[in-house]
Design a protein around this ligand. Sequence first.
Ligand code: AMP
Length: 187
Amino acid sequence: MRMLIMGPPGAGKGTQGAKVAEEFGIPEISTGAIFRSNIANQTELGKIVKAIIDKGELVPDSLTVDLVADRLAQPDTAPGFLLDGFPRTVAQAEALEGILDKLGIKLDACLLLIVDGETLVARMMKRAAIEGRSDDNEETIRRRFEVYSAETEPLLALYRDKGLLVEVDGLGDVPVVHSRIVAALKA
Ligand code: AMP
């Protein structure tokens, strides 16, 4: 299974992505998590991206695409992969096509988690309290929604046109949403 998980900030991509990846025995590749680990380890990349992420802006495509290209070349992706948080722009989606073409593989699905706006903000404020993510404050959250609508939402039409979009209601307890996702992907 080679798939993407998409949805607005707070839709549950990380939580559900990890469970789906486990279900299918594939690695979950989260660009956000890779950036956060670089920040925590104070790497060169981490130093560059910290201020960008804290403002809720997107890390430049050039940095993000190279990182994903390297990761998808690792042998553990042979049985498939789940990309969480990538692509986020049209340029990244085009770059992903190129990466996959070179590897001679195609996507099987783009999973979209659907959650209404009020639930999203409530979830993000809760996560801010629990995880202490430095980009989970009100101003940054607002900006991340704007960026999602402007840059990332347009990609959904692209994956819908390719017949890859699988839409799942992301509202409910974690196991309930997980079951819906598995049923939708295996349908
Ligand atoms: P996430 O964990 O997916 O919510 O990502 C957290 C932050 O990391 C985002 O708000 C962006 O600043 C940055 N980021 C993650 N993935 C990407 C991407 N594909 N392109 C650009 N920036 C990204």
